[in-house]
Design a protein around this ligand. Structure first.
Ligand code: AMP
Length: 493
């Protein structure tokens, strides 16, 4: 199948071709004709399936046929849960609409509202927005929706997870009843179906992944690790495998900061992004990461949502997520649209249950590996085994109360969970060499210093590898190859 056969006009086809896409992905092949036919759509598609183009391309086609937006008017509204996703969706709108006379804008919180007011004044054909800022702008009477033709709810599941349901309902109340509705969600939970009832009308249902499946272009593995050695192990993995562009997930904002510091101290250029960082800092970190001047980006789940970097090769779960579905979202950052990727999870003894929950959700056992010099004093059985984690015989059994106390102590230190996903994680680092039991004292001191966020003692090491980052760049077309990641698309009317 070709894009031309889907009914898109020459100006859009030219822009698509410029991106290097030759074959529509499964979601695109199903969604584009349905949207062009004016139907409501409810699509289960995780990030990485090409869903953004799946709704952007037909919206551009439909809007290019009608008359332009009038002063203060919006013709199509795309709601997204995060600022990053909003910015990326608008980037796609601009990219695919480059040859069309349509105007688009993006609005989100955390930045000045003034330029946004100015951008909306003369009307925009497509507005991409996060719910909170959109409501602020509505209150200031900066936008009118009475000519709205199309509404898109992108990553609806995440909107609900992030507590946007009331904001969404407030926005819906402002929209004309007669409109086309498109809803995209990684999964169709009961909650999502409930939301859909009041939103979509006799929708075409599209599903391009079996519920909670992980893309099979991603190789996944798990390293059982003593949690105090996770940072050192990560440094070892990055250095020995020469990983150039790594997205690392941390459950907590503090954990993300500490880990970025440890990596920096080990001469691996890293940046942390999370909700406590300003929008400017987040945008800069993402740009540096895309450009390759930052080798590792350490992110919390919410901050990482919507990060779209073509062919992101490596994703590391420094901590496993508390919510198993987040594992699917996280590793959806790699192996996108047919490219291969690697997802590595560092799993402490106290995370074995979380791992088993994930394995039950994705219906597969993730391969266990050992990192030489970092062998854990426990093994992880398959999900369904009676005990959580097996200790290796020769190793002293850790006191389970200790970790419980440690957790309580951490909470007492005010390292408050960031929304429902956060918990505390210790970050430590090492000097880039595999560490066995007979670790030299100097190396230990260095690791200690790094762990405490101090400058480590000097030692001889090869020059810093900063600036040699990955090839990916948001402005560069990926080598698209036209591979559909999911062959099992199905459409229900
Ligand atoms: P999305 O699921 O919308 O986040 O898209 C994931 C990635 O797939 C983006 O980097 C797109 O540039 C890329 N992509 C979208 N459509 C196609 C296609 N038909 N062929 C190849 N790559 C695509």
């Amino acid at each position: 199948m070709s894009f031309a056969s889907l009914g898109l006009n020459a100006a859009i086809l030219k822009a698509v071709e410029k991106q290097g896409y030759d074959t529509p992905s499964a979601i695109q092949a199903q969604a584009i004709p349905a949207v062009l036919a004016g139907q409501d759509v409810m699509a289960a598609a995780q990030t990485g399936t090409g869903k953004t183009a799946g709704f952007t391309l037909p919206i551009l086609e439909l809007l290019s046929k009608g008359s332009r937006a009038q002063r203060g008017q919006v013709r199509a509204l795309v709601l997204t849960p995060t600022r990053e996703l909003a910015a990326q969706v608008q980037e796609s709108v601009a990219t695919y609409g480059v040859n069309l006379p349509l105007k688009s804008a993006v609005v989100f919180g955390g930045v000045s509202i003034i330029p946004q007011l100015a951008a909306l004044r003369n009307g925009v054909d497509i507005l991409v927005a996060t719910p909170g800022r959109l409501l602020d702008l509505c209150q200031q009477k900066a936008i009118s929706f009475n000519k709205l033709e199309i509404l898109v709810l992108d990553e609806a599941d995440r909107m609900l997870d992030m507590g946007f349901i009331r904001d969404i309902k407030k926005v819906l109340a402002l929209l004309p009843a007669q409109r086309q509705n498109l809803m995209f969600s990684a999964t169709f939970s009961d909650e999502i179906r409930e939301l859909a009832k009041g939103l979509v009308n006799n929708p075409v249902e599209i599903s391009v992944t079996p519920r909670n499946a992980t893309a099979n272009t991603v190789t996944q593995c798990v390293y059982p690790l003593d949690k105090t050695r996770k940072s050192m192990a990560l440094i070892e993995l990055i250095n020995t495998n020469d990983w150039k562009q790594v997205l690392v997930f941390s459950r907590t904002k503090h954990g993300a900061n500490r880990l970025a510091k440890s990596l920096d101290a080990a001469n691996i250029k890293a940046a942390a992004i999370h909700g406590n960082k300003s929008q400017t800092a987040r945008t800069k970190a993402l740009a540096d990461f895309k450009a390759g001047t930052v080798q590792v980006m350490v992110a919390t789940d919410i901050a990482a949502r919507g990060i779209d970097i073509d062919q992101l090769p490596f994703v590391v779960n420094f901590d496993l997520p508390n919510v198993p579905e987040d594992y699917v979202h996280r590793i959806g950052r790699t192996g996108r649209a047919g490219a291969t990727g690697q997802a590595v999870s560092l799993v402490g003894l106290e995370e074995v249950k979380l791992l088993h929950d994930i394995e039950r959700l994705i219906k597969r056992t993730i391969e266990r590996k050992q990192l030489p010099g970092f062998e854990a004093p426990f093994t992880i059985p398959e999900a369904g085994s009676r005990s959580g984690g097996h200790k290796a015989n020769s190793v002293k059994k850790p006191n389970p109360n200790r970790s419980k106390h440690a957790q309580q102590a951490n909470t007492a230190q005010g390292d408050k969970p960031a929304r429902q996903y956060d918990s505390r994680q210790q970050a430590r680092s090492k000097d880039g060499q595999p560490q066995g039991a007979n670790k030299p004292k100097a190396a230990g001191n260095r690791a200690e210093a790094i762990a405490n966020g101090n400058k480590p003692p000097q030692r001889n090491r090869p020059p810093r590898r900063s600036g040699t980052g990955g090839s990916a760049n948001s402005g560069t077309p990926a080598s698209k190859g036209g591979v559909n990641p999911y062959a099992n698309a199905k459409v229900k009317s």
